[in-house]
Design a protein around this ligand. Structure first.
Ligand SMILES: [Zn+2]
Length: 163
């Protein structure tokens, strides 16, 4: 099960944020829903771990803090969707690293045996006692005309516009 508040609180601690409201969660949510663990998506997590090496690896249902310069973001392997958490004050280079990570996950996913038709990128933030949830973009993984560059462009615009 995915508990957004628990996940944001975990990231608040690991990213050393004084305030929960500073933490932003970006999650890839498959459509239709499917398990996203490293047993079900072995290729995706192998390629993700290769790309973040020597940092990580993200173990089964685990997480990894990824350094970008003097900052960090957090990559979490949830069964219901890979999640990347960063601070709302993150620099452009962290946002760019997060975009690259999401693009890499989507690219690997298209080669994965259990590839879902679509993946939604959902942003969550805590405000007071509520969690605000926004669908940033929906990526059609079945679209064979979608070139990697085009996919990157769509993801980049959606994420950058949300900061
Ligand atoms: Zn699984």
């Amino acid at each position: 099960m995915y508990y957004p508040e628990k996940s944001l609180k975990n990231a608040k601690k690991l990213l050393v944020s004084p305030d929960l409201e500073n933490v932003v969660s970006l999650r890839l949510e498959p459509e239709p829903k499917t398990c996203c663990c490293s047993d079900c998506w072995p290729l995706v997590w192998q390629e993700v771990n290769d790309s973040i090496h020597p940092q990580g690896p993200v173990q089964h249902e685990g997480q990894a803090l990824i350094k970008v310069g003097s900052e960090r973001c957090l990559l979490v392997q949830n069964e219901s969707g890979p999640e990347i958490l960063l601070l709302v004050t993150a620099s452009l280079s962290v946002v760019a690293a997060v975009v690259n990570l999401i693009v890499a996950i989507c690219g690997s996913l298209r080669k994965e045996r259990k590839c879902p038709a679509k993946v939604k990128i959902v942003r969550r933030r805590s405000f007071g006692k509520k969690i605000a949830e926004d669908l940033l973009v929906e990526i059609d993984l079945d679209d064979s005309t979608a070139k990697p560059d085009k996919m990157k462009g769509i993801i980049e615009v959606a994420i950058k516009n949300s900061f």
